[in-house]
Design a protein around this ligand. Structure first.
Ligand SMILES: Cc1cc2nc3c(=O)[nH]c(=O)nc-3n(C[C@H](O)[C@H](O)[C@H](O)COP(=O)(O)OP(=O)(O)OC[C@H]3O[C@@H](n4cnc5c(N)ncnc54)[C@H](O)[C@@H]3O)c2cc1C
Length: 152
């Protein structure tokens, strides 16, 4: 991706070196002094969304520039719990009552497809992130909650 540049400012209050899991990483690149070059695609935000978009546009041959108000990856993408599930928040029952059984199942399938997509992405990009499918434990804290879980 030689056509790409990652420009970022790093305000003192958002310095990623404040975060212990960034210990040992090289310093964030400074904001370029040169005026921004003309690019095909300018992407605001260097989290998962922006960087994945940048991969797609750069690999499609578009010169791509990623900009961030903070250090690269400053947002949620470097601060989350790292849990990936197939879960879509509304229950199947709720979705069915709102959209009908067929669409409800299709919406829930999106969650399964998303997990499969990220599994494939991690493998194809050889990302060293300890990804593992390890199952999920769901506890009911009352008989009513247990009944609700059965409908999940
Ligand atoms: C504490 C926490 C725990 C989480 N746990 C999980 C989890 O376990 N599983 C899960 O799936 N999700 C989790 N999430 C959610 C997940 O991290 C986010 O959905 C995901 O990172 C969003 O990615 P993003 O690229 O859209 O946004 P971000 O990673 O937030 O990136 C947005 C970037 O845009 C920049 N930006 C914003 N506005 C501007 C602007 N005007 N100009 C320039 N730059 C700008 C920001 O500085 C930032 O770097 C969690 C989130 C948090 C906060």
């Amino acid at each position: 991706m030689t056509t790409n540049r990652l420009a970022a400012t790093a305000p003192a209050s958002s310095d990623r070196r404040d975060i212990y899991w960034c210990d040992g990483l090289p310093a964030a690149p400074a904001t370029p002094r040169d005026p921004l070059p003309q690019v095909d695609v300018a992407i605001i935000g260097s989290g998962y969304t922006g960087l994945n978009a940048a991969l797609v546009t750069a690999r499609a041959g578009r010169s791509t520039l990623v900009l961030d108000a903070g250090a690269p990856g400053w947002g949620c993408s470097t601060k989350n719990g790292g849990q990936i599930s197939t879960s879509i928040k509304p229950t199947l029952k709720m979705l069915t009552s709102r959209y009908g059984a067929q669409k409800a199942r299709a919406i829930r399938q999106e969650g399964i497809d998303a997990l499969n997509w990220i599994d494939g992405f991690i493998q194809s990009e050889a990302l060293d992130c300890d990804f593992a499918r390890c199952g999920r434990y769901q506890a009911a804290h009352s008989p009513k909650h247990f009944d609700a879980l059965l409908m999940f």
